[in-house]
Each structure stands twice: as C-alpha cells, then as structure tokens.
Write a protein that binds this ligand. Structure first.
Ligand code: CA
Length: 228
C-alpha cells in the first residue's frame, strides 16, 4: 500500500484529493497545517508528500526545506496557486520534486502521483525503523528497546525517529530544533538537550554507553547497540 501525506489547509480540496487518491488505491492521510505535516512526514513512513505552498504557520516551502535538512529523500509534490516561473524555481530549489499549479485537473494530479511513487520493484516499505536493538513502529508509534516496550511522547518519538533513521550521523541542535519543533521562536534553545536527556532516561541501560552520543560543540548522533 502506497501511503501519501497531503498537507493542505483547504478542507474541501483535501477531501476531494483524498477521495480520488483513495479510489486509485492509495492510502491518503492529511494534515491541515505545515507544522503537523512536517512532524508526521518526519516521524512516519510515507511514500509521497503532497504539500500546498500556502499554509498557516509553516508554509509549504519551509516544510520541504526542513524535510531535506533532516536528510529525508521522500518525494514531494508541491501545490500552489502561484504559477510564475520564479516561484516554481524557488519550490524546486527548496527540494520539491515536482510542482502543480492550482487549479489543476485531477487526472493531472494522479499522473504526477504515479510518476513520483514508482519505486523499485520489491523494495520494502519501511514502516519500521530498526537501529541495533531499538525498533520504532512509525505507524503505531510503538518503541521497543530490546524486549522492553518504551512509552514516548510525540516529540520524543519524532526526535528519536530523526536520529535513529541515520545511525552515526551527527545532527546539529539547530537541525533537530528545525525538524522536530519547526524552529519556532517560542521554543527555547535547550529544548533539544532536555529531550535527549528524557530519551536517555527511557532508553539507556546502566553500565552501557548512551544510545545518543553527544558530539561536543556540534550536536547528537544515534549509536546503535549491537543486537545480541
Ligand atoms: Ca492553502
């Protein structure tokens, strides 16, 4: 099943697109604003994100930039009412794969969706992130550390998913702040450190190195524990 996240604030358009995608056999889910859309795209495993440019709060361009800043290569189709060449270039520069100007015909949308969701035959759907003995089920939001089920808040889950998708990769605090919290000014700078300490309390074991390594002066990296 191909999962598509639609980030669009116009309820009527959202319903129409979701219905048409559903009729074509896609599993379409929606988010009504940029922040929610970004958080879901980061924490869950979608095959395609369709994002409207004009959104309340975080706009579509920022959503795409932050997805790419987090290293996510998921295909993105940008929708917009603006059709000027400059805007198109700006959208593609931000990391969108394709671009559709409103109003558009639904067959045109479906053609773009088909092109963007073509995946190599037999490629597995990555609904579960595994890093060493830590497993994140991104559909049901369940986390296991070895045999132990760990309860995480939504933000803790999003932070862990971001780190664990790329074990060993060092993420800066500002990159984590931007991807997990949307980089809003009402979030204080130490929030990343605070949440890393929450995750360590929940996931680390006595006498073993932390799963989340501090890279002094830079940020954090997830270090897999070997599976027994
Ligand atoms: Ca809109």
């Amino acid at each position: 099943m191909i999962r598509i996240l639609l980030v669009e604030d116009e309820a009527y358009l959202t319903r129409t697109i979701a219905r048409v995608l559903g009729e074509e056999g896609y599993a379409a889910e929606s988010a009504g604003d940029g922040r929610t859309g970004l958080a879901r795209a980061l924490a869950e495993d979608f095959d395609l994100v369709i994002v409207d440019w004009m959104l309340p709060g975080l706009d579509g361009l920022q959503v795409v930039r932050r997805l790419r800043a987090a290293g996510m290569s998921i295909p993105v189709l940008m929708l917009t009412a603006r059709g000027q060449v400059e805007d198109r270039v700006e959208g593609l520069d931000a990391g969108a794969d394709d671009y559709l100007t409103k109003p558009f015909a639904l067959p045109e949308l479906l053609a773009r969706v088909r092109a963007l969701t073509r995946r190599p035959r037999g490629a597995p759907v990555d609904a579960v992130i595994r890093a060493g003995d830590v497993e994140l089920d991104t559909i049901h939001h369940l986390v296991r550390s070895g045999d132990v089920r760990v309860d995480l808040t939504a933000k803790e889950f999003a932070l862990l998913a971001t780190l664990a998708k790329r074990p060993g990769q060092v993420f800066t605090r500002s990159a984590l702040l931007a991807t997990v919290w949307g980089g809003t000014s009402d979030v204080y700078a130490n929030v990343v450190d605070l949440y890393v300490s929450h995750l360590r309390k929940k996931l680390d074991r006595d006498g073993e190195p932390s799963l989340i390594r501090t890279v002094r002066g830079v940020g954090y990296a997830f270090e897999s524990r070997d599976t027994p």
